[in-house]
Design a protein. Structure first.
Length: 71
């Protein structure tokens, strides 16, 4: 049975949120992180921030790939 690592789970959830929430996915993830921090769930806060970070990296990468060089 395959059990994903935390890194794999973060990336999978980032892809899921990007598909469902498009450009608001990062804000959704950061919002969840802040809610968990307010409740004292520091581990949940850290994981949701990792998801938001992964979404930001994907967004930057996608924008860079969509830029065509001038020839």
């Amino acid at each position: 049975m395959w059990i994903p690592t935390q890194d794999e789970a973060v990336e999978m959830y980032a892809r899921f949120l990007a598909a469902c929430h498009r450009s608001s996915a990062g804000g959704y993830a950061r919002g969840n992180a802040e809610k968990l921090l307010a409740k004292g769930d520091f581990e949940g806060y850290a994981v949701w921030n990792r998801v938001a970070d992964a979404l930001e990296v994907r967004e930057v990468r996608d924008k860079a790939e969509s830029v065509t060089p001038l020839s």
